[in-house]
Design a protein around this ligand. Structure first.
Ligand code: S3P
Length: 450
């Protein structure tokens, strides 16, 4: 199957006793950045543990279109022979980023300060998502943009021939926007300054420093002030991509809500800008322990052990934690439906502009399966049913969104009746081994049109 192919309906039936070791794939955010920074370096970057999901493969193809040599040597083992900062060639073809908001925004950033014109497109989900949050700051460098009505893709960006550095306060908590501005700043002379009021995932800052850029980060009253000196020569690196905490969330939460379960998910990055879900699960009373805590490649890493947790309580998730778990609210809402009492998730407006409107997509599917959900513009609340679990029995729409599809399939494992999704294809964008891995733990997942 390809992530760009026909819809693939799937069904997940109730099970007990999920058990075993779940080796989830490489981190999606770090995988995109490894390929991009490899392409912007002079010489050969070697990567192991790369996520080979469709989103990242689309970024690999894009880097080739800009002139980098990208080669797969074995499962997860890749090399990128880069063209250097300012060395991107103008692609002959349209750059198709598929489903990936991260891919398109990061790539727009790194071509924006080169004198080339690039046309971007994607799937129906990507082409409907807001673009101004990236094209507005890129215009400050001197880029020009022509898109469809409402600033939607397909869109052509004409890179700035004589870019100027910028000082930009990111108006929404978004690591993608921050990263796009920093990547654009790489080829502008002088210092580009990006200020974020709320800390978002900091992989770009860490990796730029690792590739030899001059970059500083200061916590001030204004927020996190990131200062990058333009036109460095980036030095190729050897990168071991850690396993993805956002993918680990699915087997961890499956074990927590499914009776009799005990699952070990090894080698998960617990960078504080990514680990909010795990703190939240522990706040709810989940039986989740960190084993073998260690530092790997400068990042805190642990093996996560998750066991069935029948005594979980609903909580108010602190809004200031949102950025560190923004991709995990869909699966958290499934856990919340299995806890006792109400879970309130506030300060989460960003969920409305992800691969789908994730509040709407989850609320609709939860309600269809017997769960009460309230929602407002930037909050939602789930009434937990406790250990009796969710009635289930209904089909949910995945809206071309991998995390929605996986969340509902996990819900089916602990529900009273099977839960279906209309399309499991999008799962291939971030977690291509999801079905096999969950099956090995004891889940019953089937394609219903096979
Ligand atoms: C990502 C940032 C987040 C996240 C996405 C990956 C990244 O998006 O939702 O899955 O790699 O920078 P925003 O930056 O738009 O919040």
């Amino acid at each position: 199957m390809s992530a760009h192919g026909e819809p693939q309906p799937m069904m997940s039936s109730p099970v007990t006793g999920l058990s075993g070791i779940a080796e989830v794939p490489g981190d999606k955010s770090i995988s995109h950045r490894s390929l991009i920074l490899g392409a912007l370096s002079v010489g050969e970057t070697k990567i192991t543990g790369l996520l080979e999901g469709q989103d990242v493969l689309d970024t690999a193809k894009a880097m080739q279109a800009f002139g980098a040599e990208v080669v797969q040597h074995g499962p997860g083992a890749w090399s990128v022979h880069g063209v250097g900062v300012g060395g991107f060639a103008e692609p002959d073809q349209v750059i198709d980023c598929g489903n990936s908001g991260t891919g398109v925004r990061l790539i727009m950033g790194c071509m924006a300060t080169s004198p080339i014109s690039v046309t971007f497109t994607g799937d129906a989900s990507l082409n409907g998502r807001p673009r101004a949050r990236v094209t507005d700051p890129l215009a400050l460098f001197g880029t020009q943009t022509v898109g469809r009505s409402g600033g939607r893709l397909p869109m052509t960006i004409v890179g700035a021939a004589e870019p100027v550095p910028v000082r930009y306060v990111v108006p929404v908590p978004s690591a993608q926007v921050k990263s796009a501005v920093l990547f654009a700043g790489l080829n502008a002379p002088g210092k580009t300054v990006v200020i974020e009021k709320e800390a978002t995932r900091d992989h770009t800052e860490r990796m730029l420093a690792g590739f030899g850029a001059e970059i500083t980060v200061e916590d001030t009253d204004e927020g996190r002030v990131i200062t990058l000196t333009g036109q460095p020569e980036l030095k190729p690196q050897e990168i071991a991509v850690p396993r993805d905490p956002s993918s680990a969330a699915f087997p961890v939460c499956a074990a927590i809500i499914t009776p009799g379960s005990d699952v070990l998910v090894p080698g998960i990055g617990l960078n504080p800008t990514r680990a909010g879900l795990y703190t939240t699960l522990r706040d709810m009373g989940a039986d989740l322990t960190y084993e073998n805590e260690r530092i790997e490649g400068g990042e805190p890493v642990a093996d996560l052990r998750a066991r069935f947790s029948p005594d979980m309580k609903g909580i108010e998730v602190p809004p200031e934690r949102a950025a560190s778990m923004i991709d995990e609210y869909p699966i958290l809402s499934v856990v919340a439906a299995n806890a006792t009492g109400r879970t309130l998730m506030a300060g989460v407006k960003e969920l409305r502009v992800k691969e789908s409107d994730r509040i709407d997509a989850m609320a609709t599917g939860l309600r269809a399966n017997g769960v009460t959900v309230d929602e407002g513009d930037d909050w939602w609340a789930v009434e937990g049913l406790g250990p009796q679990g969710v009635p289930g029995g209904a089909e949910c729409k995945s809206h071309l969104d991998h995390r929605i599809a996986m969340s509902f399939l996990i819900m089916g494992m602990a529900a009273q009746n099977p839960v279906s999704v209309d399309d499991g294809q999008p799962i291939l964008t971030s977690f291509p081994i999801f079905t096999g891995l969950m099956g090995d733990l004891g889940a019953k997942l089937v394609q219903t049109n096979a």
